[in-house]
Design a protein around this ligand. Structure first.
Ligand SMILES: Nc1ncnc2c1ncn2[C@@H]1O[C@H](COP(=O)(O)OP(=O)(O)OP(=O)(O)O)[C@@H](O)[C@H]1O
Length: 262
């Protein structure tokens, strides 16, 4: 018997503005355990809406969504969100809470003992490669953008979720930091056995990090597959999305010396 998908969308639809804006249009999609799925697509194609339907930050108009086999409409939204880590685009940290306060917020809400929370905060800081003694008591504005995103990841992992949703987590970072964080997160995903759904605008990032890529356009799921599968997709938009990273790599290859030294 095939394993139950950790997230399953079945014919899900969501409109805004009294039905005038169709954000998600009849999307069916299953995310399997241990999978890293990237959602790509242009601005306004419905990526964030699709992601937020999974943890009930947005409610669907049509269709059914199941998480770990349970229909989400029957799970209390607060309890559901404690089961699913969520990483916001800009870190989404509480500005008045320290790093430790931010990371420990869900365990605290879950009633973990203080000592256990403190130990978990240190463990998570080490996991996202930040020095605990240096960072634990800082406020978010005392951190760099990359450090804030690392704290955002640590906070999402605090209550040991099996599923992590990420909305353009590395989009606002410089390319080197973005690359390092992407690689580090991918390693965490594997080590911790997570199931991850990540929105990105960047097809190169999607190809490098994800097992499968979902392409959204005008609320529809246009294509879904491994990068190799998508590279043979006959849809012109998908073809163009896939060709862009290769074309850029070829242009860079032609412009830069082989060893990368200027
Ligand atoms: N709360 C809302 N009220 C009205 N319209 C909304 C709302 N949320 C989203 N939309 C609209 O739904 C469509 C899909 O939005 P969504 O944020 O899901 O797209 P996206 O692909 O994540 O875009 P981006 O990449 O720019 O973040 C857009 O046309 C957007 O304007």
């Amino acid at each position: 018997m095939p394993a139950t998908p950790l997230i399953a969308y079945a014919h899900v639809g969501k409109s805004f503005a009294d039905g005038r804006v169709v954000a998600v249009d009849d999307v069916s999609l299953e995310v399997t355990e241990g999978e890293f799925l990237a959602i790509v697509g242009g601005s306004g194609s419905g990526k964030t809406t699709l992601l937020r339907l999974a943890n009930r930050l947005i409610e669907p108009d049509r269709g059914r969504i199941a998480v770990e086999g349970d229909d989400v409409s029957r799970i209390d939204p607060i309890l559901l969100r404690r089961r699913i880590g969520y990483v916001f685009q800009s870190g989404g940290l509480f500005p008045h809470l320290t790093v430790a306060g931010n990371i420990g917020i869900t365990p605290k809400l879950l009633g973990w003992p203080q000592a256990e929370i403190a130990a978990r905060v240190d463990e998570l800081l080490a996991l996202v490669r930040l020095d605990g003694a240096h960072h634990r008591d800082r406020l978010p504005h005392e951190l760099s953008g990359g450090q804030r995103q690392r704290i955002g990841v640590a906070r999402a992992l605090a209550a040991k979720p099996r599923i992590v949703l990420m909305d353009e987590p590395f989009g606002a970072l410089d390319p080197l930091t973005r690359d390092a964080l992407g690689d580090d997160y991918r390693a965490l995903h594997r080590e911790l056995g997570l199931t991850t759904v990540m929105i990105t605008h960047d097809m190169t990032e999607a190809i490098l990090l994800a097992d499968r890529v979902a392409v959204m356009r005008a609320g529809r799921l246009l294509a879904l597959g491994t990068p190799a599968e998508l590279s043979t997709d006959t849809d012109p938009y998908v073809g163009e999305l896939l060709r862009t990273p290769r074309r850029q790599a070829e242009r860079l290859g032609a412009l830069l010396p082989r060893d990368g030294a200027a």
